[in-house]
Design a protein around this ligand. Sequence first.
Ligand SMILES: [Zn+2]
Ligand SMILES: [Zn+2]
Length: 176
Amino acid sequence: MTNDPLWKKCAEFHGHECPGLTIGYKASLLAAKLLGTGFSHDERLVCISENDACGIDAISVLLGCSLGKGNLLFHMTGKQAFSFYDRESSRSFRLVLKPFGPFASKADAFEYYHSLTPEEMFDVKETSIKLPQKAAVFQNIVCPVCGESFAEGFAKITGGRALCPDCAHTFSRFNA
Ligand SMILES: [Zn+2]
Ligand SMILES: [Zn+2]
């Protein structure tokens, strides 16, 4: 299993082999199987992850759900749970890691997770979060305080001016 070229690709991107990456790898394999899709070159596939741990790197590598494309989103609960949405078929589901362990060591967890099939690892549930809109495209504006360009969606109207978040923060701290 650890000789799978897809696994090698994940480990190469992530930098090391670990139990967390294995969870994301298996979730990706199961998601691809259930949706009948592979790597998403656009925003067709969306993942909402409930953690920001190692596993999301495997999801980026295998399914193309990445921070940069805006189709990897977070709903932080600290759970090893991932909701997947296919914009084309409108299908969705939430994969939740079954409660395994505790393990004596990371190596034990790694071995164990790799010995399981994706189906054995996750409960497949219905999604509870509505599919978000496609990634917003903002105009860039220049902050009148620091002179740096930033996406207007981040503007904080402070003292009647549209400031960048950092300058708005400084402004409100000195004027509190
Ligand atoms: Zn890791
Ligand atoms: Zn600024």
